[in-house]
Design a protein around this ligand. Sequence first.
Ligand SMILES: Cc1cc2nc3c(=O)[nH]c(=O)nc-3n(C[C@H](O)[C@H](O)[C@H](O)COP(=O)(O)OP(=O)(O)OC[C@H]3O[C@@H](n4cnc5c(N)ncnc54)[C@H](O)[C@@H]3O)c2cc1C
Length: 431
Amino acid sequence: MANNTDNIIIGAGLTGLSAAFTLLDQGVRPEDILILEALPRCGGRVHTRAENDLLYEYGAQWLHGLPPDNMFYDLLKSRGLAPDYALDTIDTRVVVTADNTNDETFRQINARYLHEAYISFKADHPDEDISFKDLAARTGQPSAALLSFFITRNWLGLDDPADVSADAYYNDIAAPAGMLLKDGMSSLIQMMERKLTTHGVHILTGTQIHAVEQTADNVTIRTPDTSYMGARALITVSAGVLQSGLITFNPPLQPSIKNYINSLIMGSLTKIFVPLQEDFFVARALQPNTHLNIMMADLPVFAHIRTNNKPLITLFAAGANNAHYETASAEDLLSFVRDAFSRFPSLQGFEPYLKGPISATGWASDPHFRGAYSNAKPGVKRSDPMIDNRIIFAGEAFNAPNEKGEENYATMESAWISGQKAAALMSCKPS
Ligand SMILES: Cc1cc2nc3c(=O)[nH]c(=O)nc-3n(C[C@H](O)[C@H](O)[C@H](O)COP(=O)(O)OP(=O)(O)OC[C@H]3O[C@@H](n4cnc5c(N)ncnc54)[C@H](O)[C@@H]3O)c2cc1C
């Protein structure tokens, strides 16, 4: 059976939802917009779950940046989408290193070495990029190499500093921390979904597409048991899904699009949730939203203590740690947490305070995501949404630097902007 709609959007993550809003702004009729989503829910990598009387952010956690300068929040507000927020200003940042520095000095000094090496490299090679690995080597400081490894793991979700583009990192405008939503990030998605469906936009969840075919006249989207025909299709699945080949394209993707997708690398980030009783934090005077950075070669881990002012610790196990912990047993998770917490005296003795099981997310092994977010390999310039006649590709990975050279990728904001740009392309005539 073929169902006809003008504009078909694959994926109801932020990119897909933002594109639908923009199409409505452009005067497209709601009945001419159809969103197909594989999962039974909207939001994609924005996903809050209520567990142990707490809200766990499985995916995105911060709207990066603070009000009044958080452009993304202003944009949401202007659309009547303004969920209640709390702030995480990182008032307390703890750094633990092998020699127990336990202050900010290690991070600050080595961040300065790396940055100075980058400035000096760019002065000599203004048009070239350099990997984090080579940058750290230029500093001549082994401690800078350790910091570059920590950033590679815990900010980008990668294993090897050789895969990190210094251009992307130093031009990235996503500030650490920022705004947390009091009712969870999914409250924003629910508001968006409600608005779109109230307008009459159709969102079909539980609809996994596996093939996209285009001719001169139309595009056909196939699921195992039905198909949808449209004038154009917007594909917003992650770069990891596109790389996995789970969706086939006929005719095959244009080489420029394929090459771009393959030049991206998905970061892996597992969140491990440790729900504790409030007493644990009070007795140890651990402040809300304390950021703990364990910068040790054998255990480079970031932990968000009292996440969103709540008695919850979220550990970010990234890169090689990730593959193991996504599927780890409860005992393995516990021993990982025990090991991490043993590095910081204030977290020792946590076990009697556990108020529920320790659990972990599974983004990399999930076929709907295949990773947490995209990184561009050194030397690769981010692209805006790409168009192949009737098919457009967009998502957090498809947002080129702005005119000032500032990069915004792998965030909720970049997904939103990419969706807007893609919607503008949807009104272009196929060549
Ligand atoms: C652990 C983690 C932490 C993060 N932290 C932050 C943060 O603090 N702040 C921030 O700004 N960003 C953060 N991000 C990134 C942010 O979540 C993403 O950049 C953004 O949500 C991506 O949106 P998207 O719409 O481009 O992609 P997605 O959210 O991946 O949406 C694509 C949709 O396509 C669907 N899909 C996949 N395959 C198919 C198929 N075959 N058929 C139909 N549908 C399909 C998926 O189910 C999904 O819903 C984080 C992400 C992760 C994973």
